[in-house]
Write a protein that binds this ligand. Structure first.
Ligand SMILES: Cc1cc2nc3c(=O)[nH]c(=O)nc-3n(C[C@H](O)[C@H](O)[C@H](O)COP(=O)(O)OP(=O)(O)OC[C@H]3O[C@@H](n4cnc5c(N)ncnc54)[C@H](O)[C@@H]3O)c2cc1C
Length: 424
């Protein structure tokens, strides 16, 4: 940065999701910077945003903080909201052949009926093997399906891994490197505690927004200017360096611009960036998510997440977050999310809310014959276009860098944390 006097370095952050707000919070500690954050929506939060129902804030998309997410927990402590953080032992299960099976402890694995004894043993060994594998690069050129078939065999693949992959990558799973499973297993094993191997997760009362709000308030107290309802139209680049932003209110000069947008959105804002950089951003692909949220009067499953092996069911998991969140923190409701990750060219991306509701309910009733529609207080359909970054085989050298080739322009987004996962 330059030798300008304190408060003279003008920094713009684009995007008021958790990344943009966290960045504003951290930069506001440094007196050399004057920070302005631009968010196109009417509230902060982005994908980690909330809805308000019956006077309570609830996460728009299901979110959990893993007990192994230590940096998130330190941020929560540092911002003074630790009293709202609650740890719970959670459970997961599988839906197979019309039945629900727990899938949590080594004992569950040993008794898991969809697999025979040999397959259960093989799966156990695979999990142990992944724990000791430290070099993910060895797995980055191997297709995940090939690796899983080799290590765990077809039976385990069909009954366990395929549903998990489908839940996250839909039909794109064949293009994903084996690194994904390595990363997922290591992340999830980090949440297990004690000899019972209980899976511990945490949540923040009133959702992730509790942290976002605390960071935003403290950043504002230290001089950060937060502008809502302000969509940036262009990042101005002159003589190959950033000069400022084009906003709905006109042009504004900035010394440094930091984008926290997903790469395809950033691409649209930089028509004057070098062609190679634009080309790099054009290659970054994402899956979107169609994610109905049911606010219910009754619980549906005893698990945080129920994985589904039946491929005819349009949603790929049932996530009941109130098996993690104490229902008393959401006015006694039970919150259920029924996600489907899809490329945005998929026909479901254009389905109306009514169509999604009708289709989803048919299958919910098939899975749970006792289920009654009047258990639902509200059926909300949430969607997002750019959620799950896709990192096809052998492309880890195509991850954009924080310092872009345009002087003064920096970027950060979830596609850049590879091989770590953006969510769970
Ligand atoms: C169903 C689901 C479940 C998830 N579960 C978990 C979980 O359990 N744990 C976990 O850690 N993560 C989870 N995630 C992922 C997590 O939500 C994201 O990784 C995180 O919220 C991304 O934050 P971000 O700030 O990088 O991006 P975003 O939240 O996308 O923020 C980007 C912001 O930029 C704004 N913007 C866009 N264009 C412009 C413009 N032109 N001008 C100004 N502003 C603009 C947007 O409005 C948005 O607010 C989940 C996500 C989904 C969808």
């Amino acid at each position: 940065m330059s030798d300008k006097t304190p408060k003279q370095q003008k920094i713009a952050i684009i995007g008021g999701g958790i990344m943009g707000v966290a960045l504003a919070y951290h930069l506001s500690n440094d007196e050399r910077f004057h920070v302005t954050l631009f968010e196109r929506g009417s509230k902060l939060g982005g994908l980690a945003g909330y809805i308000k129902y019956d006077g309570v804030r609830m996460d728009r998309f299901y979110h959990t903080i893993l007990s192994s997410d230590l940096s998130m927990q330190s941020l929560i402590e540092e911002t003074g909201v630790k009293q709202y953080l609650h740890f719970t032992a959670t459970k997961q299960g599988f839906y197979d052949g019309g039945k629900l099976y727990p899938f949590n402890t080594p004992i569950d694995l040993l008794k898991f009926p969809p697999l025979n004894i040999f397959q259960r043993f093989r799966l156990g060994l695979q999990v142990i093997y992944a724990q000791f594998q430290s070099d993910w690069r060895k797995m980055d050129d191997i297709p995940v399906e090939k690796w899983l078939l080799r290590v765990s065999g077809r039976g385990v693949y069909q009954k366990v891994w395929k549903p998990l992959l489908r839940a996250k990558f839909d039909s794109e799973a064949t293009d994903v490197p084996a690194t994904y499973i390595w990363s997922r297993l290591r992340r999830m094993l980090g949440t297990r505690q004690g000899v019972t191997s209980k899976e511990m997760m945490c949540y923040l009362e009133n959702g992730y927004y509790t942290l976002i709000e605390a960071m935003a308030n403290q950043a504002q107290d230290r001089g950060v200017d937060i502008r809502l309802d302000t969509a940036i139209d262009e990042i101005m680049i002159e003589d190959d360096r950033v000069t400022g932003l084009r906003t709905p209110d006109g042009e504004a000069h900035f010394d440094v611009v930091i984008s926290t947008l997903q790469s395809p959105i950033l691409l649209k804002l930089i028509p004057h960036a070098p062609p190679q950089f634009q080309e790099l951003l054009r290659k970054q692909e994402y899956l979107g998510v169609l994610c109905p949220m049911l606010i219910m009067k009754r619980s549906l499953i005893p698990y945080y997440v129920l994985n589904i092996t039946d491929e005819t069911i349009p949603f790929t998991a049932v996530v009941e977050t109130t098996n993690l969140i104490d229902p008393k923190h959401v006015n006694g409701y039970h919150l259920i999310y029924l996600p489907k990750y899809i490329p945005w060219t998929h026909e479901m991306a254009s389905w109306s809310d009514d169509k999604v509701r009708d289709e989803w309910l048919v299958y919910l009733k098939r899975m749970f014959p006792d289920f009654q529609e009047d258990w639902i207080s509200e059926f909300l359909v949430h969607r997002a276009r750019y959620v799950e970054p896709l990192r096809p085989l052998g492309t880890s050298d195509e991850i954009p860098r924080v310092r872009t080739p345009v002087p003064g322009l920096y970027m950060g987004n979830t596609a850049m944390v590879y091989p770590e996962l953006a969510n769970c």
